[in-house]
Write a protein that binds this ligand. Structure first.
Ligand code: MOS
Length: 721
């Protein structure tokens, strides 16, 4: 009944977006609204000695200057458990893994943990007056020695994520293997840089809060506000209708959100906060720097005998985030002896967070680069090496896969790319002045799912509205959910309205981890299926006889204005299968012999992500991931100055992201995959797998072209000179 490849419907909100009808958080303007501008710390470690606000307060239009000196303490009342981030605190269970709780509660004391910490806010009548006021706030500090270099403190790395995984005896197996690779790979700090800057509009009415937030996690923001401001959850109304990209950076209640809400309460007016591009680089999360050792041992036929993956990533003392780069290690290849661990090193840098395919994306750069090195050591085709080590069951726990079509991805991708014509010798392929290189890598990302709820209401005119809290960050949720509802009910999609982005609607999880379609989709499917059955029951007919016209006919016949059904979808307690999406990238690079700029000439990427709800929005998601992967491979890096303790290239002139000129031919193959076990709708999620494996596929192509192995991203001209 459900085709594995859904129809390529245009976005249901496309017209609104291109005509300006889509309202993003910062576009909400309320009566008597004031504006807030952040003051950021300029030292990485120490305490604030004084804050001189006299000049700021005299400045035109300034209403208030708020800092730890005059802000009320936020958090649970005395006697209650401490707030997260405070000593002895634990995140509430429903938020664990969500990173929703602000781990650094703004203005709670005079401590400075990193450069860019929001230490004060200026509220004024216009955004310009607020910004001018913020410039006039004078802060003095007592500096303490800062921890700024991951290398220097690597001995103090801790495994806060409890990531250690062992199987067999990896060190012994590695020692006795006849072919070995043992290398260090590095990935830099990267920032998400969504087009839409983080912003909020907060308004209080007594002890009721309304908050327009550019968020991918509204229910967690609601929970956090309830805890911090000591008001019932029902009093907190969060709205997030349109989000202009997030990539993980809008999944947490970052300090500016709490500060804006606090400011609105203190000045007794609605307040708008709109962060500048520079401010976004400090304190809204980033993908932290990693250093990874991968050691692979194999027999002469290429069979992996040992796999060791360890290293470290940057974190800090006010967050719990660890970059889990060993997650894919446990899922990608069959190997009996494995050790994997991803400790963190706590430094005086802003808090890192999820960024598109956290863990998998940096982790697979290391693994898939090492696999390519192993293929050369074995004098074996890199694709053949992957086939020899194909994991027929999940390497982590031996569970069977709910479905896995990686071999089809390899076969179809290789065929379309023409991989069999590759001359394996580095520097052997040329075109004019260009060295040509062909590289490949595998991709994988887990098929997650969280509890989600939805309500479906059919009216006697035969139209249906779906209500569910979720978010739309541009990935096409509103479109695919409308399609899924229409298909389940057996009505044309034009008769479906999809209402979302609002905490008064049925609860849904964070839109992250590639799990929105699977989680919210299971709820929408459940609600529509229940609604269809209910309508059939009203008329005493078999649900199979219900068609597009039945809703109008039956409701009219029984004098009903509307009928509704709600469904609370939950993942099973015990999951007998391992659930994971897979894919493969094939890349051609062209590199000028004198000025070694790497151009990604063409890519063929094949993915199997379960059922695809909409071929068009899915392709767009894959494109987005791949293009971000090209950025990761060649351009993206947030430079950190270890003397000043600050990120330096904090603007779009110096933080490079791919433009159209960097992107040439990308050919996406969607391998049809039916999966009856992953969830009721057979969807695995595709938001992140696109980026996984792109950087190593490009690095491998660069090696093939030049004979130079670059093990630290990005692959810039200097590294190839
Ligand atoms: Mo994502 S990094 O799961 O928004």
């Amino acid at each position: 009944m459900m085709p594995p490849l859904g129809p390529p419907l245009d976005r249901v909100d496309g017209r609104k977006k291109v005509t300006g009808g889509a309202k993003f958080a910062a576009e909400h303007n309320l009566e008597n609204m004031a504006y807030a501008a952040m003051v950021m710390s300029t030292i990485p470690s120490g305490t604030i000695r004084s804050i001189d606000t006299a000049a700021a307060k005299r400045s035109t239009g300034v209403i208030a200057v708020i800092s730890h000196l005059n802000a009320p303490r936020l958090g649970p009342a005395p006697g209650q458990p401490p707030a997260a981030g405070q000593p002895g605190a634990a995140a509430p269970p429903q938020q664990q893994g969500n990173f929703a709780e602000p781990q650094l509660i703004p203005f709670s004391d005079n401590k400075v943990h990193y450069v860019g910490q929001r230490i004060a806010v200026v509220v004024a009548d216009t955004i310009e007056h607020a910004a001018r006021g913020a410039e006039l706030v004078k802060v003095t500090y007592d500096e303490t020695p800062a921890r700024l270099d991951m290398q220097q403190f690597r001995e103090q790395g801790v495994d806060r994520a409890k990531s250690l995984f062992t199987k067999g005896d990896a060190d012994a197996a590695f020692a006795s293997a006849s072919v070995k690779i043992d290398q260090i790979y590095r990935t830099p700090h990267e920032h998400h840089n969504p087009m839409e800057a983080h912003s909020i509009v907060a308004a209080w009415d007594g002890d009721h809060l309304t908050l327009y937030d550019s968020s991918q996690n509204i229910f967690a923001v609601q929970q956090t506000m309830s805890r911090l401001f000591g008001i019932p959850k029902e009093n907190v109304h969060i709205l997030s209708q349109f989000v202009g990209g997030a990539f993980g950076s809008k999944g947490s209640t970052w300090p500016h959100v709490v500060i804006g809400v606090l400011a609105a309460r203190m000045v007794n007016r609605p307040v708008k906060v709109f962060l500048t591009r520079k401010q976004l680089f400090f304190g809204n999360g980033h993908r932290p720097e990693t250093q990874q050792r991968v050691a692979l041992g194999a027999n002469p036929e290429g069979k992996l005998l040992a796999m060791i993956h360890e290293g470290m990533s940057q974190s800090n003392d006010v967050c719990t985030y660890a970059e889990r780069f060993v997650r894919p290690t446990k899922a990608i290849y069959a190997v009996d002896n494995m050790r994997a661990i991803n400790p963190i090193v706590s430094l005086n840098l802003p808090s890192p967070t999820y960024m598109r395919a956290p863990g998998e994306s940096p982790g697979m750069f290391a693994i898939e680069s090492a696999m390519d090195e192993l293929a050369y050591a074995l004098k074996m085709d890199p694709l053949q090496l992957r086939l020899v080590n194909h994991a027929d069951v999940n390497p982590e726990d031996g569970k069977p896969w709910s479905s896995k079509s990686l071999k089809e991805c390899y076969a179809q991708g290789a065929d379309k790319f023409g991989w069999s014509k590759r001359n394996p010798e580095p520097r052997s392929m040329k075109s004019g002045r260009d060295l040509i290189g062909w590289g490949m890598a595998s991709a994988t990302y887990p098929a997650h799912r969280s509890p989600a709820s939805a309500r479906a209401v059919v009216k006697s005119d035969g139209t249906v509205t779906i209500y569910t809290g979720t978010h739309e960050m541009g990935m096409g949720t509103a479109t695919v959910m409308s399609q899924l509802a229409a298909e389940t009910l057996g009505i044309p999609v034009e008769r479906v309205r999809f209402e979302y982005g609002d905490t008064t609607l049925p609860p849904t999880p964070i839109s992250a981890g590639s799990m929105t379609a699977a989680s919210v989709g299971s709820a929408v499917f459940g609600a529509c299926d229940a609604l269809k059955k209910r309508v059939a029951e009203i008329d005493g007919v078999d649900p199979a006889t219900i068609n597009a016209e039945s809703y109008h006919t039956i409701l009219s016949k029984h004098y009903l204005d509307d009928v509704e059904a709600r469904f609370d979808a939950k993942p099973p307690q015990q999951e007998p299968h391992a659930t994971q999406a897979f894919g493969a990238h094939f890349v051609e690079v062209a590199i000028d012999q004198d000025i070694p700029v790497v151009r990604v000439q063409r890519m063929v990427s094949a993915f199997a992500g379960g059922r695809i709800l909409n071929a068009k929005t899915a392709r767009s998601q894959y494109f987005g991931g791949i293009i971000q992967g090209i950025g990761m491979a060649l351009l993206e890096e947030t430079h950190f100055d270890k003397r000043l303790g600050t990120f330096t290239n904090v603007n779009f002139a110096e933080y490079m992201v791919p433009t159209n000129a960097d992107v040439r031919s990308i050919d996406i193959i969607m391998v049809p995959e039916e999966d009856h076990d992953v969830n009721p709708i057979g969807v695995k999620g595709i938001g992140e797998i696109g980026i996984v494996g792109v950087a190593p596929a490009i690095a491998n192509a660069v090696f093939h072209a030049t004979g130079k192995r670059v093990r630290d991203l990005p692959i810039t001209i200097e590294k190839l000179m």
